[in-house]
Design a protein around this ligand. Sequence first.
Ligand SMILES: C[S@@+](CC[C@H](N)C(=O)[O-])C[C@H]1O[C@@H](n2cnc3c(N)ncnc32)[C@H](O)[C@@H]1O
Length: 338
Amino acid sequence: MEVLTLDKFPKRVLAKIDIQRAFILSRLIIAAERLQLFRTLHDKPMTAAEIGKSLKIHELYLLSFLNTMVALGLLRRKNNLYRNTPFAEKYFIAERSIYWTRQYSKECVGAYERLTVLEQALGSGKRHHQIKDLAQPDYLERMKRDPREAEDFTQMLFYLHQGDAEALAGYLDLSQHRNVLDVAGGSGVMSIALANAKKNPHLRACILDIAPVCRIAAANARRAKLSRRIRTLTGDIHRGLPAGYDVIMFCDIGPIAMGLLQEAYEKLPPHGLAVLVDRYVSDDGTSPLDRLAAHFVGSGFGLATRGQMVDALKSCGFRRIKSKKVYQDVWCITGVKN
Ligand SMILES: C[S@@+](CC[C@H](N)C(=O)[O-])C[C@H]1O[C@@H](n2cnc3c(N)ncnc32)[C@H](O)[C@@H]1O
């Protein structure tokens, strides 16, 4: 998926956006996405009144909201009909799944909320929920309670991680391995790409995750016609890893606790492989920008560097450690059990 970044906006629009206004404008775009404005107008031009009725936008704001989208180059207005520009069609429809529209835009709103107390957070070292005296947010509990939330989050990542997964499958040599444990494997996107790779016809995988996520992963494996080679296992990764796998893989789960890596080492057979994949922070701490920014809006990912993860693997006993940037900001770090 190609992410819509500011530089992709038409120059005449970009030139008008200063840093302060960017904050407000981006919130307006998020509102348009949350209201599913672009999906509503997909292949279907509508009058302002029709849009207002369909999306429940009050008349006080309706025209100014739609015209702001016109000014941003996201809608076009002709003969009182509004339609998506090709730009909006590309980035909000063609390049995005409905899961992204629903989940990512919701996360963005959470981020705006957190940023209201940013200076207090910077000064106190506290998190938003501590400053506002709210219950600690727990996305796992929310997914367990709400199947729709589990589906939106998991499938958003399924689409978002396609590029990472293909790059990983191209990079990893698993010709000497048979069975992958995909720890906190989510949608199964990584396992599916590995099993789908022509060079791995022998490979089997198991996705370990919480129950609602496993159900979604199993459906994805079915759709990929890989049910016989990819299975799921419901469990909590902090309550022990199963044995019987010669590859243990941790993708996009942030810094991996030493205890978990140590356990992976113990559960692997001799010559077993540990695979860590993530957007680790550079050793000088200045990239990737997204990971750094996410730290201020409640990301639980922490800021482990590539070097720290390499050292962690070494100190658990892994040898022949390799690290390689396989895709955009994504690193793959591997280590072999002696
Ligand atoms: C950011 S997603 C990454 C999913 C997948 N590895 C990928 O690369 O797309 C993190 C996953 O970890 C799972 N997870 C987090 N904590 C867990 C736990 N204690 N036990 C099992 N799964 C957990 C979540 O349900 C979620 O699917």
